[in-house]
Design a protein around this ligand. Structure first.
Ligand SMILES: Cc1cc2nc3c(=O)[nH]c(=O)nc-3n(C[C@H](O)[C@H](O)[C@H](O)COP(=O)(O)OP(=O)(O)OC[C@H]3O[C@@H](n4cnc5c(N)ncnc54)[C@H](O)[C@@H]3O)c2cc1C
Length: 303
């Protein structure tokens, strides 16, 4: 029976498990977390609308529906494609006949200085928890009138794609709730949510009408939408725009795009596409890998 190793229990990895359920194969799903993260709702965790447990599902529970699949908890450190083996950080290895790499992406910082040190991301459950803690702490500091928070809290979101738009809108709602219902002593005229993007419109992957609707809706909720402005650097004080303007910020959320660089998939051989994506053939295989498989099968048949 063929052994299939799937790296990653995200949407892609679990879709593969589903397609393989009932196939004559032993499937192993390996993930660094023992839960699947429902990323589309991470912004709700970050803005205290949902609890972390609401967006995390145990992978073992998901696999109950696939009796030929088992879960392996571990972090993959690399692949030995020639030996058909996956290496785990703790020294274990998993051998396979077929390998599916579905390890996702990570935040792209585009080499902008200070992003890694001073901005917050929204890609994992830990990220979302961290954003939530930092934003709530900034609001509480302002309420307490701490001297270092002489300025009212300013939350800057960089990136006008779906994640940035959702996050900015939800931050504005969070501040509204904090002031009106939780009675935090924040000055609503000075407590700001700023959404920045280098492009001239929000949601560039959507129709111009959708972009205009999103912009109108955010502005109506009090979000300052500033477009056509590149970010030069991020520091403890805020975001410096190309041209030198400093947008002071208590919290900077970086939602400017994703990349494969820095993930375990970046170690796969072959050409790269946009965002470091691994260029694959129509069946999603690495160029040349199907040939290897066929040759191996022929060798087996001939031996
Ligand atoms: C905030 C946010 C909002 C989004 N909203 C939407 C939306 O509304 N609609 C939509 O269609 N899409 C949305 N997306 C995009 C969508 O969530 C992703 O495209 C999708 O989750 C990608 O699935 P994936 O399986 O490729 O990767 P992921 O979901 O990232 O899964 C990768 C898995 O691999 C594991 N992994 C990574 N590296 C290792 C390693 N070295 N060892 C072991 N395990 C590893 C990770 O722990 C993770 O479980 C959103 C994304 C984000 C971040």
């Amino acid at each position: 029976m063929d052994r299939v190793v799937i790296v990653g229990g995200g949407f892609a990895g679990l879709a593969a498990v589903r397609r393989l359920a009932g196939a004559p194969a032993e499937v192993e799903v390996v993930d660094q977390h023992n839960f699947h993260t429902f990323q589309p709702l991470l912004y709700q965790v970050a803005t205290a609308g949902l609890d972390p447990a609401d967006v995390a599902y145990p992978i073992r529970t998901v696999l109950r529906r696939a009796p030929n699949a088992r879960f392996v908890h571990g972090r993959v450190s690399g692949f030995d494609l020639a030996a058909r083996s996956v290496r785990l950080e703790d020294g274990r290895s998993l051998s396979y006949d077929y390998l599916i790499v579905a390890s996702g992406a990570t935040a792209a910082v585009f080499g902008v200085p200070g992003v890694a040190e001073h901005a917050l991301f929204l890609y994992t459950l830990d990220d979302a928890r961290w954003v939530r803690n930092q934003v709530l702490a900034a609001l509480e500091r302002s309420d307490a009138g701490a001297p270092h928070e002489a300025l009212a809290p300013v939350i800057v979101v960089v990136g006008g794609g779906p994640t940035g738009v959702e996050t900015a809108g939800a931050m504005a709602e969070l501040i509204d709730i904090a002031i009106r219902h939780d009675r935090l002593r924040l000055d609503p005229r000075r407590t700001r949510v700023v959404l920045l993007d280098a492009k001239e419109r929000l949601l560039p992957g959507f129709s111009p009408a959708a972009s205009a609707y999103a912009e109108r809706t955010l502005r109506a909720r009090g979000v300052e939408v500033r477009l056509g402005l590149g970010v030069d650097a991020v520091s403890a004080g805020g975001v410096t725009l190309v041209g030198g303007e400093l947008v002071t910020a208590s919290v900077v959320i970086w939602a400017a795009g994703v990349t494969v660089d820095g993930t375990v998939a970046a170690g796969l051989p072959g050409r790269r596409g946009p965002g470091g994506r691994v260029v694959v053939e129509p069946g999603l295989s690495l160029p040349g890998s199907r040939g290897l498989r066929r040759r191996r099968c022929r060798r087996r048949a001939g031996s």
